[in-house]
Design a binder for this molecule. Structure first.
Ligand SMILES: Cc1ncc(COP(=O)(O)O)c(C=O)c1O
Length: 325
């Protein structure tokens, strides 16, 4: 099958059109399907919008993933970390009043949902006239979004959008056109805008599946407001199970910053981890191991996880808590 066939063009067009409908994306923005994962965006953004400029790029360092982005920007120019949660072990997020951004910053970059620690911004930071750039890898399409507040949004597919291999970029035309000339061709957003996401061979299967996921969200779930309601119920159910057994479980994030997508928690008694994971597997619940940077347990509640799945998990958490008392 040719990626330049009319059929594949129709897949790309439907994927774009569904995403535009779901997120109500204005015409001033391009929707791009790129490769290289979100990690490549950590490099591509400063190449395009910091290289050769005598300005600082501003970053919020709020967790494992947002901490990966500033060193890449450091290869291209000056970087300022406006807020750093490392000392507190990334359990909190800044409040708006703590974010006084310099008006001559090249851009402000942040991560809306910290996948590892389970922290989610409950508001969109005010960047005044500074371009606002956000890594939404782990919460895009989980709730409605005001795209117009942003200049660039990116998210790899492998959380809420589809299988790994494709990275969605939503970029304001004005920002894309502000990049310097003579960037490596594939690293220049304008290349992908001009080629409508088929400059070179795209990951056709990932894009096809992403298109089906957006079709499901639009026509079966009924849009992002509906998806959001489901996600709120799932998260409430899980956090309630943890909070009502606080002698056994210790959620990682402070309550005001809790993520609806990733819930990281620890057992108060270290000696029970082995049996916790083994019995979870016996109950057919897999993949609960926490990220290697903080250990413990992590349950991810992406769109594909059903309310029934969460009921099974909370029933197991109740059972285990009673048993370990
Ligand atoms: C918020 C966030 N940003 C970036 C990344 C890195 O993504 P990738 O593996 O697609 O490069 C991840 C990985 O899970 C993530 O959760």
């Amino acid at each position: 099958m040719s990626h330049r066939s009319d059929w594949f063009r129709s897949v790309l067009d439907e994927a774009e059109s569904n995403i535009r409908k779901l997120l109500k994306i204005p015409d001033a923005y391009h929707v791009l399907f790129l490769q290289g994962g979100s990690s490549l965006q950590f490099s591509m953004i400063p190449m395009n919008f910091l290289r050769g400029r005598k300005l600082e790029a501003t970053y919020l360092k709020t967790g494992y993933w947002s901490a990966k982005a500033p060193p890449e920007a450091g290869f291209e120019g000056a970087v300022k970390i406006l807020w750093d949660g490392a000392e507190g072990g990334y359990r909190n997020l800044p409040e708006q009043y703590e974010l006084q951004i310099a008006p001559d910053s090249a851009y402000l970059h942040y991560v809306s949902n910290e996948t590892v620690e389970g922290l989610e911004f409950q508001y969109i930071p005010e960047s005044k006239n500074v371009p606002l750039i956000c890594d939404m890898s782990s919460n895009l399409l989980s709730q409605p979004l005001d795209v117009e507040k942003f200049d660039l949004i990116y998210a790899h597919a492998q959380k809420n959008l589809g299988p790994a291999g494709v990275t969605l970029v939503i970029i304001k035309d004005e920002l894309a056109q502000s990049a310097p000339e003579k960037l490596p061709t594939l690293m220049d957003y304008r290349t992908h805008i001009k080629a409508k996401s088929i400059y070179n061979t795209p990951p056709v299967f990932s894009i096809y599946t992403l298109m089906l996921v957006t079709r499901w969200l639009l026509h079966e779930v009924g849009g992002l407001e509906k998806m959001h309601e489901i996600n709120i119920r799932k998260a409430q159910n899980l956090y309630e199970a943890l909070d009502s057994n606080s002698g056994v479980y210790q959620p990682y994030a402070s309550p005001a910053c809790r993520s609806k997508m990733n819930c990281a928690f620890h057992l108060k008694d270290e000696q029970f981890y082995e049996v916790f994971f083994a019995e979870a597997r016996d109950h057919n619940i897999m993949g609960l191991e926490g990220h290697r940077s903080i250990g413990g347990i992590r349950a991810s509640l992406y769109n594909a996880v059903t309310e029934n799945d969460v009921d099974c998990l909370t029933a197991y958490l109740q059972y285990f808590a009673q048993k370990s008392h």
